[in-house]
Design a protein around this ligand. Structure first.
Ligand code: NAD
Length: 479
């Protein structure tokens, strides 16, 4: 079986322990490659390499750094088909999705920050004829970047690209559930001529290799995307060391549908915002709140269209592929059982999608719609992160907002209405970092991205990320 390798100091290397664990293919439920079981020793070697490389990389001209990032972007584009196939195989997502969204976005991340750094300027503050202050935005050192399995290369590169563009060096760990495209990225970096030690990729388990990055004294900034429970541990561990933290965590996003919306547009988009990537996008709208006068029409049409969605072999033209792992599939199914215990009615789905032949052991779930639950029950409060949505009626705008804001999360929300005043009013009242009006997942990479409450701390995207990955220093010069 193919062995993946760590990428440390410019070379592809085995883990110090010599140990590996299996990488599963969600579509078939079979192991197909081996992942390095890295530990503190590998992380130490990666941090040492990154510290040495920082001395050179941080002093390079922005144009020189930009050129290398743009070369990485170009190579991702040239390898689109191979990367999309690898992402689909590793994660279970439809190849079509990886080919049109994940990999183009990974390419765009490197391109965006490879060019963005050329336009990143700092402020100056004049004090009349007395003095001038100017701000230096200096790279900090070794950045620790840790990402989840749902959008593997997309989110991995979303952290690495701005960290490198700003002049830092990086020690990064992709999710152990989906490490393959990060491994391919290390080969691309070698081909792109990235200097040794600038980017180091350590594979392995979160509590072992990941924790070693978080705890390392020479990693002063951490950009993490993943679950809220992991984020809490990271915040607790990093706080006494005063590390800079950017935490992008879980969500339980409301999708508020008013009766006067464009029904067809809303319906098509709500199918996507509910089930894209098997519902495994932190931004998916898992709580659908529908104005009562539209509720029955919405329910009938939505359930009919969900039943018509095709689940199957990710290589084919399907709406849903496999969910990422067996434990995750079981977790999602346990939430369907919980919903029933809490008094919910499963309108469609709710079980494994049965497959045959080589796919019989794959992790396929039917897209599921549940109604009849209170907004306070666990099913409506906890993140499920799979192809499961609940629908709930509301009578007034106030009630919709109360339900929308009633969870501990605050990542994203969606509002459907053709009433302009209402759209702006509701957007202001929603406790989320992102609000989409009459659309979903329409992304402009310049905008601030992140959540409030238990959905995270800090913002990524645009210049926000470049500010995070630099330390401002004020210089005051008396005339
Ligand atoms: P996870 O927290 O289990 O793992 C995320 C990453 O952290 C993995 O690389 C894992 O190995 C690592 N990790 C785990 N324990 C660690 C530790 N103690 N120290 C350091 N690293 C550790 O999350 P997941 O299951 O991979 O991803 C799903 C979660 O990610 C969901 O909650 C989802 O909402 C969230 N997510 C959030 C965003 C966002 O932008 N807010 C985007 C995508 C996913």
């Amino acid at each position: 079986m193919e062995k993946l390798l760590n990428y440390i100091n410019g070379k592809l290397v085995e883990p110090t322990s010599g140990d590996y664990f299996e990488n599963m293919e969600p579509a078939t439920g079979k192991a197909y490659s081996l992942i390095p079981d890295s530990d503190q020793r590998d992380v130490n070697a990666a941090v040492e390499a990154a510290k040495r490389a920082f001395k050179v990389w941080s002093k390079m001209s922005v144009e020189a750094r930009s050129n290398i990032l743009l070369r990485v972007a170009q190579l991702i584009g040239e390898n689109l088909d191979e990367l999309a196939a690898a992402e689909s195989r590793d994660n279970g997502k439809p190849y079509k999705l990886a080919h049109t969204v994940d990999i183009p976005r990974a390419q765009a991340n490197f391109h965006f920050y490879g060019t963005g750094i050329l336009h990143f300027a700092s402020e100056s503050h004049a004090m009349g004829d007395v003095a001038i202050n100017y701000t230096l935005r200096e790279p900090i050192g070794v950045a620790g970047c840790i990402s989840p399995w749902n959008l593997p290369l997309y989110l991995f590169s979303w952290k690495i690209a701005p960290a490198l563009a700003a002049g830092n060096t990086v020690v990064a760990k992709p999710s152990e559930v989906t490490p393959y495209t990060a491994y391919l990225l290390s080969k691309i970096c070698i081909e792109a001529g990235m200097p040794a030690g600038v980017l180091n990729i350590v594979h392995g388990l979160g509590p072992k290799a990941g924790a070693a990055i978080i705890e390392h004294d020479d990693v002063p900034m951490i950009s993490f995307t993943g679950g809220t429970a992991t984020g809490e541990w990271i915040a607790r561990t990093a706080a006494p060391k005063f590390k800079k933290l950017s935490l992008e965590l879980g969500g339980k996003n409301p999708n508020i549908i008013f009766a006067n919306c464009d029904f067809e547009d809303m319906m098509k988009t709500t199918l996507r915002s509910s089930f894209a990537n098997q519902g495994q996008i932190c931004l998916c709208g898992s709580r659908i709140l529908v104005e009562r006068s539209l509720y029955e029409k919405f329910k009938t049409e939505f359930v009919a269209r969900v039943k018509a969605m095709k689940v199957g072999n990710p290589k084919e033209d399907v709406n849903l592929g496999a969910v990422v792992s067996k434990p995750h599939m079981e977790k999602v199914l346990s939430y369907v059982e919980l919903a029933k215990q809490e008094g919910g009615t499963v309108l469609c789905g709710g079980k494994k999608a049965e497959m045959t032949g080589e796919f019989a052991e794959g992790y396929y779930l039917e897209p599921t719609v549940i109604e009849g639950l209170s907004h306070t029950c666990r099913t409506n409060q906890e993140e499920i992160f799979g192809p499961v949505v609940t629908i709930q009626p509301f009578d007034t705008e106030e009630e919709a907002l109360m339900m929308a804001n009633s969870t501990k999360y605050g990542l994203a929300s969606t509002v459907w209405t053709s009433d302009l005043k209402r759209a702006h009013r509701v957007a202001r009242e929603l406790h989320t970092g992102i609000v989409w009006i009459n659309c979903w997942l329409l992304r402009d990479l310049r905008t601030p991205f992140g959540g409030v409450k238990s959905s995270g701390v800090g913002r990524e995207g645009g210049f926000e990320a470049l500010q995070f990955f630099t330390e401002p220093k004020n210089v005051c010069v008396k005339y």
